[in-house]
Each structure stands twice: as structure tokens, then as C-alpha cells.
Design a protein around this ligand. Structure first.
Ligand code: MN
Length: 250
């Protein structure tokens, strides 16, 4: 049996005929990694989040629009981008419940931001105007192209999965982590110091967030599929009871 991986979707709620949608790249990455992708529509809040998680073995928080800064106690900066109240209302509880239950989590782009805020951290609302000497983090290049370097923390789970201390990643974000939540540790940074990856401080937990988009890179650079394999294998272990770690926050 393939471990069931729940993937969050976006919703175009203001369209004449609203639709939930998710890039095919995430779905194919989960299948290629050996998982069974199950799409979680952006509907409901804490109640539905808990029930959705009861039906999956692992959670993949996908990319998308900005997190409403109200979730980390701030007012919107003039440079804040589009937000999705529907996604926030579901995904923040999804992340919190997954962390509390010890469900394996892979968080990508917006996902790493959701993960950090859910665990008590804050965000930079706009890198170009709020981060001194920021490099270009919203590339004008193909999705698969690694446009900037990241330095990976030796000994981290990320380093173990990627097998490299330095690599180039794609970049499609104007926000980033500012205060990293308790229980998470930074495992990769861009040359300008911007956080590019975090993971659970507890090495028994599979909680991994990356600011780049590995789902758009793995077909050309197979090393990036290892992040999805890591999630799927952790979900398999959790489903069989072998990887269960007593829930204690993070
Ligand atoms: Mn970047």
C-alpha cells in the first residue's frame, strides 16, 4: 500500500464558478516518490483539518499566495501580495494538528511559511523592501532553473536527503521566514542570509520545509525527488506504527 499523502490546494473563490486547483507537478512528484496523492480542498477550519488529517499518513503543504500577517500578529505592509482567507483558515490548523499528532510534513514555498507561522514564528512580508542586500528571490527564469545558491547545514535531515552541502535552487518568493518558530531549526540559507529551509529540531520527527520548489526541479535534477521520498517513507513508517513519536508540540 502506498502511504496516503494529503496535498493542500488553492481555491479561486472569487471566480464566477469557483474552483479548487493544484499544480500537476506536486501530484506527479508524490506518485514518483511512491505515495498516493490525496487532494485536500481549501475549505473549512480546525474541525475539517483534524478530520482530513485522520485520512492521511503525511501532509504536503504546497506553494501559493501570501499568509495573512494577522496570523502572526502584524498588519499588512503595503507590499503584501494576494492572500487567501480560505487557504489560511484550513492550512494553519492543518499544520498545527499535524505537528501535534506527529504526522510527517513536507512544506514547500508558501508551505514553509504556513508551517513557521503555525508553530509560532513570523514572516518577512516583502524581501526587496524589508531585507537589506537581498538577492533576487523571484526569478525571471524557467520553473526548473536553479537561480541562486543555498548552503545546507551539515548533519541535518535535509543534508542527509540531498547529499550536498551547497546546491542551486529555484526561487519564486517575495516573503520569507523572519523569527523561526520554537522547535524548528534553520537548515539552509541563501547567500544573503534568507532562510531557505527548516526542519524539526527533534530528529525523530519528519517535519521539513523548503522555500524553493523541488516539485518543479526533480525531473531534471533527481536529487530533489529525495525530499518527496523522505516524506513518503516517513508517512509509511507512521502508518505502520513504526515511526510514531509521542506528540509533544514539535
Ligand atoms: Mn530563494
Amino acid at each position: 500500500m502506498r502511504p496516503r499523502i494529503g496535498l493542500t490546494c488553492s481555491v479561486r473563490a472569487d471566480a464566477p464558478a469557483p474552483v479548487h486547483e493544484l499544480s500537476d507537478a506536486y501530484v506527479r512528484a508524490v506518485v514518483a516518490a511512491g505515495g498516493l496523492p490525496l487532494l485536500l480542498p481549501a475549505v473549512g477550519g480546525e474541525d475539517l483539518a483534524a478530520e482530513m488529517l485522520a485520512g492521511v499518513d503525511g501532509l504536503l503543504l504546497t506553494g501559493g499566495v501570501d499568509v495573512d500577517p494577522a496570523w502572526y500578529g502584524q498588519e499588512p505592509s503595503p507590499r503584501l501580495g494576494r492572500v487567501s482567507p480560505e487557504r489560511d483558515a484550513l492550512e494553519l490548523p492543518l499544520a498545527r494538528v499535524a505537528l501535534a499528532r506527529g504526522i510527517p510534513v513536507l512544506a514547500i514555498c508558501r508551505g514553509i511559511q504556513v508551517l513557521n507561522v503555525a508553530a509560532g514564528g513570523t514572516l518577512v512580508q516583502d524581501l526587496p523592501t524589508e531585507w537589506s542586500d537581498a538577492i533576487k528571490h523571484y526569478q525571471d527564469a524557467p520553473r526548473w532553473f536553479g537561480s541562486h545558491a543555498v548552503e545546507v547545514l551539515p548533519g541535518s535531515r535535509l543534508a542527509e536527503l540531498l547529499g550536498q552541502a551547497r546546491l542551486r535552487v529555484n526561487s519564486f518568493h517575495h516573503q520569507a521566514l523572519r523569527d523561526v518558530a520554537p522547535g524548528l531549526v534553520v537548515t539552509a540559507r541563501a547567500p544573503d542570509g534568507v532562510v531557505e529551509a527548516v526542519e524539526a529540531a527533534d530528529p525523530r520527527r519528519f517535519v521539513l520545509g523548503v522555500q524553493w520548489h523541488p516539485e518543479a526541479m526533480w525531473e531534471r535534477e533527481p536529487v530533489f525527488l529525495h525530499l518527496f521520498r523522505g516524506l513518503v517513507e516517513a508517512a509509511r513508517a507512521a502508518a505502520s506504527g513504526g515511526g510514531a513519536v509521542s506528540p509533544a508540540g514539535l
